[in-house]
Design a protein around this ligand. Structure first.
Ligand code: AMP
Length: 258
């Protein structure tokens, strides 16, 4: 696995691989990797033959009151995991590389960003589409893999690629969970042992919701289990999506409706 930090060094490597007939797969991440991220790398390997993974904690998708500074960063472990998963290039850009280097147009997230996350994180998806567009510009992959864990994000990216006519196939990968059904997330590292136990009830409540379609019951169970606030529980795209707070940690999840 080669570690590359600049777009200048990245571009010729990828151009060489493409000239050699390789199909380029790309997995953008914010690091603090877990098996969910590694499943995306595996998907990318299945759909391409040269896999680029980026790690960049993107400041513009965090609001000033959010956890950008405390977001977990584990570069050493991340490198080992990606190497073992068969990554060809790990791209580790710095902010200047992505935000000051000849990119002049700011784009806005489309209609898929309306509601849900945007009610509570109004600037989030504009930050996401800008960084993903810049990473796409730098890597120019044939395919890119995103997790269904961030289901609204996946729809926002698909819409962006359609609107800008970007020639990249977007592949959605299923949610990886722990043995209790909790969706893996870098932010699970914030949870205490007691909170982890409570967090593991989230997916069970979603499964019950799929059976009874009763939002009030779902909210009441979560609040009585120890969640302190439900930002939303809502149906869209044939799924039920949820964001809920456990102490100072915000968890999201979603599952398919019947
Ligand atoms: P992040 O590092 O949180 O920005 O996530 C990078 C990518 O990994 C995104 O496409 C996420 O949707 C995906 N991802 C995060 N957690 C999971 C999970 N538990 N299962 C599948 N994909 C995930």
């Amino acid at each position: 696995m080669r570690i590359i930090r600049t777009i200048k060094n990245l571009k010729p490597e990828i151009a060489d691989s493409r000239d050699n007939g390789l199909k380029i797969g790309f997995v953008p991440t914010m690091g603090a990797l877990h098996d969910g991220h590694l499943s995306l790398v595996k998907y990318a390997r299945e759909h391409s033959n040269f896999v680029v993974v980026s790690i960049f904690v993107n400041p513009t998708q965090f609001a000033p009151n959010e956890d950008f500074d405390s977001y977990p960063r584990n570069e050493t472990d991340d490198k080992e995991m990606l190497e073992a998963a068969g990554t060809d290039i790990l791209f580790l850009p710095c902010s200047d590389e992505l935000y000051n280097d000849g990119f002049d147009s700011d784009i806005k997230a489309g209609v898929a960003s309306n509601g849900l996350e945007s009610i509570f994180r109004p600037t989030h998806f504009d930050g996401v589409v800008n960084i993903v567009n810049r990473l796409f510009e730098a890597v120019k992959p044939d395919i890119a893999v995103f997790g269904e864990k961030d289901y609204q994000q996946l729809q926002v990216i698909r819409e962006m690629v359609g609107n800008l006519d970007i020639p990249i196939e977007i592949i959605g990968a299923p949610i990886m969970r722990d043995s209790h059904g909790l969706a893996l997330s870098s932010r699970n590292a914030y949870l205490s042992a007691a909170e982890l136990k409570i967090a593991r009830t989230l997916n069970k409540v979603l499964q019950e919701y799929v059976q009874n379609n009763d939002i009030d019951t779902a909210k009441n169970i979560l609040l009585s289990n120890g969640f302190n606030k439900i930002d939303y529980i809502e149906e869209r795209w044939g799924r039920v999506l949820i964001a809920a707070w456990l102490g100072t940690t915000r968890l999201i999840d979603n599952i398919q409706l019947k």
